[in-house]
Write a protein that binds this ligand. Sequence first.
Ligand SMILES: Nc1ncnc2c1ncn2[C@@H]1O[C@H](COP(=O)(O)OP(=O)(O)OP(=O)(O)O)[C@@H](O)[C@H]1O
Ligand SMILES: [Mg+2]
Length: 236
Amino acid sequence: MVNDKARRSVIQFEDVSFEYPGAETESIHHISLDIKKGEFLVLTGGSGCGKTTLTRLINGLAEQFYEGTLKGRVTLLGRSISEYPLYEIGKKVGSIFQDPKSQFFASITEDEIAFGCENYGVPYEELDGRVSSAIKRINGDMLRGKEIYPMSSGEKQKIAVASVNAVDPEIYVFDEPSANLDMYSVEALKNLMGGLKAEGHTIIVAEHRLYYLTDLADRFLYMENGSIPVCSRTPC
Ligand SMILES: Nc1ncnc2c1ncn2[C@@H]1O[C@H](COP(=O)(O)OP(=O)(O)OP(=O)(O)O)[C@@H](O)[C@H]1O
Ligand SMILES: [Mg+2]
């Protein structure tokens, strides 16, 4: 449990609301939230309550890709998220989307895992080491040199995690990572998340299924209609 009040805040929401372009109502209403370094936070709640949108406010997509209206302030590692170029946010916040297919650029595993690093200008001599250590992190030796397209959902998700891991962000955001997984893959996911947590990463997971997260989570936040009811406007 993260109880240490002196622990560094990595993400802060101050009375944050967000409305998508052309939407009739805000998808996030007046959320205040303080996420500490190394914390494992689970966002849960019914379909459409705003879990994915909250993750998009953390990885910058809500304002910079979806171009909606952000009110209040989201602070990432001490700086307003609106001041970061999206590209910079990606170095600090790694995202694993609900459908990992949507985030692949290459067709072969190692190429995909190296892609983010290449994009961020990681020196060529470092690439092999980063890819190997990311493959080790996902326990993925069997996946080396394979085509991604025919892989199972669990394997694709591991490649998505490895691609993020190779870039080495401080924060990981998972959006419904168990949605397409069988029970064995959920167990593998749980172990993978446990490893990331043990390394000190801050982890935010939006999920419906909670059973596999009970040993990992420091905090569960229940969302309803774009709000976190018990927290109201004070940081929780
Ligand atoms: N790109 C978008 N444009 C307009 N409205 C959107 C967009 N994405 C989400 N919304 C709306 O924002 C609200 C919150 O949606 P969001 O996807 O964040 O919920 P969720 O809790 O992740 O749902 P689910 O459990 O189904 O994934 C919903 O009313 C949804 O219709
Ligand atoms: Mg969602």
